[in-house]
Design a protein around this ligand. Sequence first.
Ligand code: TXA
Ligand code: MG
Length: 402
Amino acid sequence: MSAPELDGRATWPRIRPAVRHRVERAILREMPTREDAPIRGRDPSRPPARPAPPVLPGDDPGSIAIAAERLRAGGLVVFPTETVYGLGANALDAHAVARVFAAKERPAFDPLIVHLADASAVGTYAEMEDADDPRVARLAARFWPGPLTLVLRKRDVIPGIVTAGLPTVGLRVPDHPVARALIRAAGVPVAAPSANRFGHLSPTRAAHVVAGLGSRVDLVLDGGPCRVGIESTVILLAAGRATLLRPGGLAIEAIEAEIGRLEVLVDGAPRTAELAPGRAGAHYAPRIPLVLADPRDPEAALAFVVRPGERVGFLAASAAGRAAAEAAGGPFAAVEVLDANGDVVGAAGRLFDALHSLQAADLSRIVAEPFPDVGLGRAVMDRLRRAARAAGDVREEPAFNR
Ligand code: TXA
Ligand code: MG
C-alpha cells in the first residue's frame, strides 16, 4: 500500500471511529484477513467462505476518498446510483476497463456507459458536432442528473475498449450523491456497467453485489437500496439520429416531449445488433423458468395451476393482481407484490429486488403479471420479456415493441 494513501488517512478529520476501522481494513486488505488465514481446527469438509470485498458506507467522506484513490490507481469500485449499482473503473484507463469485462464475464462486444459528475464534461468526451446538438443540451438540462444515457460520437480520449470498438460513447450523469461525490473526487470519468455478472440480475442493494461479484471487485460503497431500481434509458443522438436503444428509468414519453419522436429498433433486425449491441447478447436468465401471465385472462389460467410437489412463485404487479392470482390458482410458495396500488414507478423500483428474492426461494417456476406498455411499464416489460425469453418462453412478443 502506498504511503500517500496511509498519510491521507490522517487528514480526514470527519471520519467516524466505526467507519475508520473499516476504512483501515480496506486500506490494509492485502494483509491476510481471517478468511484467508489458515485456521487451526477448521472443519476441512466445509468449503472456505467466499472472500467478500470491503464494503464502506457511501455517505462518509473517508470512504469516498479511499474509493476515489482506488479508481485512480486502476481499481474496481462498486458504487450506488439511483438506477442500479455500477461496477466502476477509470474510463481513461484501458487496463482497468479490461478488468471490468473480466469481473463481469461480459462479452467484449458490449460497450460500457461513462459516468460524469456533471454535463459540462460532455464536450471533453463527445465529438463537438454531437456535444453541441441542441437536443443534447435540452435533455441534459431537463433530465441530468438522472436515469438517461446519451450515446454520442466519441472523442479519441475514450479508449476503444470502453465502447467495444464503436465510434460512439454512452454518457450519463447519475442522480446519486455518492456516485457524484465519487466521480468528482476521482477527477476522472467512470466507466460502469451494472455490478452483476453477465446474464444475472442487476443489483439494487450492496448485498446483491457482494453475493454476485465477491472479491472480484476491490471495494463496494454502500448507498442503501437504489431509488429508481431499473437501468437508465439509453438513446442514440449521433449524426442527426434520435433512436431508443434501451427503455429504462426515464419514460420515453418524457424524452419525446422534449425532442420529438424517437426512432425505435426492433429486436432481431440487422441494424439493432449494430446500433445496440447490448440487446444482442444473453440477458438476465432466471435459474428457474419465468412466464408472463395475466391472472384475469382465462386463456392464461393454466399458468396459475400448482401441481402437487411444485413450488410456484408469483410476481404481482399490484395487491389486486395478487388476489386475482390467488383466486385463479395457487397456493404459491412465494409472492412478491411490486406495488400495492400497481403504481409503475414504485413497481420499477422494486423489480430487481423482488426477482432476487424469488430467485432465492427454491421455486420450480415463476409466474409474472404483465404491466401496461406505457411509461416505465415499458422498461419493466422489456426486462420481464427478456427474462421469459431467456427462460425458454418463446411465446412472448419481441422484447421491445410499441
Ligand atoms: O442505469 C444504468 O444505465 C446503469 C448504471 C450503473 O449507470 N448501467 C448499466 O450499464 O445498466 P450496462 O452496461 O449494464 O448497460 C449499458 C447498456 C448496454 O446495453 C450497452 O450495450 C448500452 O448501454 N451502450 C453503452 N454504450 C453504448 C454505445 N456506445 N452504443 C450503443 N449502446 C451502448
Ligand atoms: Mg447490465
